[in-house]
Write a protein of this length. Structure first.
Ligand SMILES: [Zn+2]
Length: 442
């Protein structure tokens, strides 16, 4: 029976029927002999990390599929901050922030003109220089550069993460006002945070609009980079790490900063492998690395962002190509895992990313397969959203994925067993041995 699990996570793999692809999903349209072989040799089904129909971002979906409860989720901002080595105190609030191009209307609204805008490294340096230190009402605000236009914004002081975003995410929409979230409108720290951040973003617009770099861009007829937009504020919070929660030594192999932060937060190790222009080759190298790391880890997350990125271009054909490249990468590297009777291979995605329409992510479930000794074999031999719907795993949700991984690696605790004071999902737990002494217990 398998003792360890390699979870191959094809980010944003799920999709919708696309007219450009004869009303098939990109995964249906793609030629994927290796994924189909894995499906034919194992169990398949559909998976959703949250509730069916509810689109999730990668961070929430990963948190759930790693088996962690929503109330221990710290927010995207702190995860990104941890991943980028941004210094974060326990009470600091962190959020995503990036430079954008905005238009000021006659009503003094700011319209998001371009959420993504390009600048030279020298221009970006000048933008950050314009955003040097800010303090108001005892709250210090710092912009920590994480890559290009992107950064993590931190607020330090008596602050709260319960505030709204300013980034509407869609070009042409007005930026949203920073407001306390419902349930926090009378909380002084939340009200202060909203006020300080509003003033900071107001000043950011004025400083950036007046920066010399934008004068030069105007003469070159380039859009002004005159806004800073924010979203997904959060704060670090206590979290039971993976080893204690599931008895697993975990490793994540990925390229993104957020995955490094999430691994740190969940007590997993992290190995960064950069993306190249060949996603299949990248995936093969990551699986190769996972194969060599199995002596030290029980659970290895191997991640590729390629299907999600291709879907965000809203070109279904680009997603088909990305999937076919990943299948070739899988075929190149998967055999050592399949030959190893100690290994359970799981392939799935964190969410669906539709390569058509206007949604960023969508709420349909994603395909899932389990492959390894002992795994039931169903009759499904096509790994796509429709084929796996007939599979033996049925429709799985949230932390059920991690429970099934514990199950197929013979780690799942029989309900009712009490070897540890805190009931966990894994067995045997990290229990205290029973000892005897020559003295009578009193
Ligand atoms: Zn994702």
């Amino acid at each position: 029976m398998p003792k360890k699990c390699v979870l191959i996570l094809l980010d944003g793999l799920g999709d919708r029927a696309q007219a450009d692809l004869d009303h098939r999903t990109p995964l249906q349209a793609a030629d994927t002999p290796c994924l189909d072989k894995l499906a034919a040799m194992g169990s398949t089904g559909l998976y959703h990390a949250g509730k069916i129909g509810r689109p999730l971002p990668s961070e929430n979906a990963h948190f759930a599929l790693f088996g962690f409860p929503e109330n221990e989720f710290p927010g995207r901002g702190p995860l990104e901050g941890l991943g980028a080595d941004v210094p974060l105190g326990d009470n600091d609030v962190a959020m995503l922030a990036h430079f954008a191009s905005v238009l000021r209307t006659l009503d003094d609204e700011l319209i998001l003109r371009y959420d993504r805008v390009c600048g030279t490294p020298e221009e970006i340096d000048a933008l950050y220089a314009a955003m040097a230190g800010f303090e108001l009402d005892g709250v210090r605000v710092d912009l920590h550069r994480t890559g290009g236009m992107f950064s993590v914004l931190t607020l330090r002081g008596d602050v709260s993460p319960h505030i709204t975003d300013s980034n509407p995410m869609v070009d042409g929409r007005p930026l949203s006002a920073i407001e306390p979230m419902s349930g926090h409108v009378d909380d002084p720290a939340t009200v202060r945070t909203a006020r300080v951040l509003t003033e900071y973003l107001r000043q950011a617009h004025l400083r950036l609009a007046g920066a010399e770099v934008n004068g030069i861009r105007a003469r070159q007829k380039l859009p002004s980079i005159n806004g800073l937009v924010t979203q997904r504020a959060g704060r670090l919070c206590p979290c039971t790490p993976m080893a204690a929660r599931y008895g697993l030594r975990g490793l994540s192999v990925a390229s993104g900063v957020m995955y490094r932060g999430m691994a740190r937060f969940l007590g997993m190790d992290f190995h960064r492998m950069k993306d190249s222009s060949d996603p299949g080759r990248d995936l093969a190298r990551r699986i190769d690395f996972a194969s060599t790391a199995l002596d030290w880890y029980d659970f290895i997350h191997v991640h590729t962002k390629a299907p999600d990125q291709a879907a965000h271009t809203k070109r279904p054909g680009a997603k088909v190509k990305a999937i076919e490249s990943l299948d070739k990468g899988l075929a190149e590297a998967i055999d050592p895992l399949l030959r190893n009777d100690d290994v359970l291979v799981v392939v799935t995605a964190d969410h669906s990313t539709p390569s058509g329409g206007t949604l960023i992510h969508s709420g349909e479930p994603v395909p899932l397969l389990f492959n390894g000794p002992g795994v039931r074999r169903d009759g499904v031999d096509r790994f796509d959203e429709i084929g796996v719907a007939c599979g033996a795993l049925g429709s799985m949700r949230g932390d059920e994925l991690m429970h099934m991984i514990l199950n197929y690696t013979d780690r799942a605790r029989l309900g009712g067993i009490r070897d540890t004071p805190v009931t966990r999902a894994h067995w045997p737990g990290d229990y205290r041995p029973f000892t005897v002494t020559d003295r009578e217990e009193r």
